[in-house]
Design a protein around this ligand. Structure first.
Ligand SMILES: *Cc1c(COP(=O)(O)O)cnc(C)c1O
Length: 392
């Protein structure tokens, strides 16, 4: 099969697998297989030693259904290769275990699970970790000079959708020989490609937009083969490759990624603009608004602004809760990226474990609602938001 580098993202998501099914199925079927048989020892060794691609043992990720998925995942981010995982956290854990030994900086707002790993898990194994917010002057530069080996960033971040300039961060980190890892879950490769901007590795919770239907849990890491090799060792050791069933479902979902994300983008922009002037809304955080502090950088490094937006209401904690509960089409649920719209109150879900002071430092207010804009008709979503906001 030819490499598809020069073709568009939708074409690559549909035709990105490098090996055809031997029976001609247009997609790779589910090889619900734990082990694969060989004609002789020489062929077993060839595949086992990685000289030839083939089915071998599914915990190693050596299964045709996973290869087909990983070809597409690599093509999406313009990467040399990709590894699939049973969850986003599986991907992030393996990545940080493989490359974090010399020290990790969690830069800016970080997803709760990753934050827990950085605050508790990694330090308990002797990995140095620092959490640096992007308004702390030269804190990052100092850590880099001390020889920290990896900077981990999410952009847009959760829940304020803050934007980090990936190109600038990569230049700064590379000057000190550190790796840059971008969690691209919120943006998706449809909207943002961190690798051409200078990032070394991209990580995803495929549970969100890549899966897109709230029906699978998976993760992915994309980058060079050399950087993926030690991550693959951890994936095998932790047993965190996805099942062939999940890999197949995710491959199926990826075929519609570009049309889904384009619609998420359009609806979120429409809702952000409409709510900007709503009497019950103090502030809309959305990188597609010119009022967003990261808008200029976002315009440079993103092709679309995503389906996530956060509102700050003219309401206290309990009224904000009531407004969230009175939404009809937005389910009160702590995930994102699916066809169905979701709402969460960061104060009582994703950021509940932080002290009041820490929440304030991170810009998390009591009156915040984070919306994952789904694929319903945008007029229906706007009408629903308007009826709920009338409580304020
Ligand atoms: C959900 C999420 C994760 C964790 O992914 P799981 O699939 O739940 O393990 C990591 N990063 C971000 C930004 C997320 O939203």
């Amino acid at each position: 099969m030819p490499r598809l580098d020069r073709y568009g993202l939708a074409t690559r998501t549909i035709h990105g697998q490098q090996q055809r099914d031997p029976f001609g199925s247009p997609h790779m079927p589910i090889y619900d297989t734990t082990t694969f048989a060989f004609d002789d020892t020489a062929s077993l060794r060839e595949v086992g030693e990685g000289k030839k691609r083939g089915g071998f043992y599914s915990r190693y990720g050596m299964n045709p259904t996973l290869y087909a998925l990983e070809d597409v995942l690599a093509g999406l981010e313009g990467a040399e290769a990709a590894l699939s995982f049973s969850a986003g956290m599986g991907a992030i854990s393996a990545l940080l275990l493989a490359h974090g030994k010399k020290g990790v900086v969690g830069y800016g707002e970080i997803y709760g699970g990753t934050l827990g790993l950085m605050a508790k898990g990694l330090p308990s194994l002797g990995y140095p970790v620092d959490l640096v917010l992007d308004d702390e002057g030269d804190a990052l530069e100092r850590r880099l000079r001390e020889g920290i080996g990896l900077v981990f960033v999410e952009t847009p971040s959760n829940p304020t959708l803050a934007i980090t300039d990936i190109e600038k961060l990569a230049r700064q980190a590379h000057a000190h020989g550190a790796l840059v890892v971008v969690d691209n879950t919120f943006a998706t490769p449809v909207n943002q490609l961190p690798l051409p901007l200078g990032a070394d590795l991209v990580v995803h919770s495929a549970t969100k937009y890549l899966g897109g239907h709230s029906d699978l849990t998976a993760g992915a890491v994309m980058g060079t083969r050399a950087l993926l090799e030690p991550i693959d060792w951890w994936r095998q050791s932790l047993g965190s490759a996805p099942s062939p069933q999940t890999a197949s479902l995710l491959s199926r979902s990826l075929k519609t990624l570009s049309v889904r994300v384009a619609q998420h983008n359009r609806s979120a922009q429409t809702i952000a603009e409409a709510l900007q002037s709503h009497a019950a809304v103090r502030r809309v955080h959305y990188p597609g608004l010119t009022s967003h502090p990261g808008h200029e950088v976002a315009r440079r490094q993103m092709r679309g602004f995503g389906g996530m937006l956060t509102l700050e209401l003219e309401a206290d904690l309990s009224l904000t809760e009531k407004i969230a509960e009175s939404l009809r089409w937005f389910a009160l649920a702590p995930s994102l990226g699916g066809a169905e719209s979701l709402v969460t109150q960061p104060r009582t879900t994703t950021h509940v474990d932080l002290s009041d002071e820490e929440r304030q430092r991170r810009g998390i207010s009591d009156s915040m609602l984070r919306l994952s804009i789904g694929l319903e008709d945008v007029e229906d979503l706007l009408e629903d938001l308007d009826q709920a906001l009338r409580l304020a």
